[in-house]
Write a protein that binds this ligand. Structure first.
Ligand SMILES: NC(=O)c1ccc[n+]([C@@H]2O[C@H](COP(=O)([O-])OP(=O)(O)OC[C@H]3O[C@@H](n4cnc5c(N)ncnc54)[C@H](OP(=O)(O)O)[C@@H]3O)[C@@H](O)[C@H]2O)c1
Length: 300
């Protein structure tokens, strides 16, 4: 039996599916009920919570592997990076108590304790917590994951479908190296089967500037919006104006700054082959038809 945090969310669903396809038994730790989800009835359900470590350990008992996707996109309300780290440590302690055989933890490309970006610094500290836990482990460091249920490309498409212009930040490439969610999941499952402690980037075969990325989405959905370069502050201001009626944020200052520093690009040879354009072509009809709210999905 394998435990996957977030089997009814984005990447966790791909991991759960990959395991089920191999005939494995899967339990998820999630805040969600499975009603209406395609994996409904196929995975066992336990609650993702960090207040009761003993209950967590009970939910992890008899797990061969814990696939830990738990994280937040940015601090919000009264949740800080320190809280997210503490929750991660609680989960790892519970895994240790439960004598889980292996932990596969999702980090991010270019995680670093010296990073000026909170997300990347906190991810590096979470990696350290796992390395110091004594648990057999693999750390998967994805770049930008694409697949059904992701937010960023969908909301880029949503904006392109509605606006006469799409603002791109000037003053850098804002590069990314998108990777398909199903290949990230397969990599995670393969790394789970090893016994050495390993850290591996999960990155796609090609690097795109943010302009190239938006242009690829625009072409796939046949949108006509003009791509206009402007200072990053104007991009953030426009994103705020668009997001206001939605009660959400399209992109945050910190996220744009991390993109500016090309942190979603791997320095390792790519381990996956699926091209973004092929996925976009298959998703073109559905992509961006409705806005996917990060707030509604993860904070309510
Ligand atoms: N998406 C990307 O492009 C990308 C890129 C690099 C690294 N990563 C990393 O890969 C992992 C999976 O990412 P994802 O985008 O697939 O994440 P996700 O599905 O949105 O969420 C992953 C897990 O975190 C939990 N979670 C999310 N927001 C939360 C909140 N506000 N409070 C409590 N729990 C919360 C979810 O709980 P529920 O199961 O209850 O929903 C789920 O178990 C994460 O560790 C992420 O940092 C993702």
């Amino acid at each position: 039996m394998h435990v996957v945090t977030g089997a009814f969310s984005f990447t966790g669903a791909y991991v759960a599916r990959a395991l089920l396809e191999r005939g494995e038994r899967v339990r998820t730790l999630s805040r969600r009920r499975e009603r209406g989800h395609p994996l409904e009835g196929q995975v066992e359900l336990a609650r993702l919570q960090f207040e009761d470590e003993e209950a967590l350990a009970r939910d992890l008992a008899d797990a061969e592997t814990l696939f830990n996707t738990y994280w937040v996109r940015f601090p919000r309300d009264d949740v800080t990076w320190a809280d997210v780290l503490e929750n991660t440590r609680t989960l790892l302690r519970a895994a240790r108590t439960a004598e889980v055989g292996r932990v596969v933890q999702f980090s991010v490309s270019n995680a670093s304790e010296a990073s000026p970006h909170g997300y990347f610094r906190a991810k590096a500290l979470a990696e350290r917590a796992l390395r110091e836990s004594g648990l057999s482990h693999a750390i998967v460091r994805p770049t930008l994951i694409f697949g059904r249920g992701e937010l960023l490309l969908n909301n880029v498409a949503w904006t392109l479908r509605r606006s006469p212009a799409f603002l791109l930040p000037a003053g850098g490439r804002y590069a990314t190296q998108p990777v398909s969610a199903d290949e990230v999941a397969l990599l995670a499952v393969d790394l789970a089967a090893r016994s050495d402690d390993v850290t591996a980037d999960a990155a796609g075969p090609a690097v795109y500037s943010f302009g190239d990325l938006v242009a690829a989405v625009r072409e796939a959905i046949d949108a006509r919006a003009r791509l206009v370069r402007c200072p990053p502050w104007a991009v953030l201001a426009a994103a705020r104006v668009v997001s206001l009626p939605l009660g959400d944020v399209l992109i945050r200052r910190g996220e744009l700054a991390a993109l500016h520093d090309d942190l979603l690009v791997s320095r390792e040879p790519p381990r996956t082959t699926k091209r973004l354009e092929d996925w976009l072509a298959g998703e073109a009809d559905a992509l961006g038809r409705s806005f996917v709210s990060e707030r509604r999905r993860n904070w309510q």
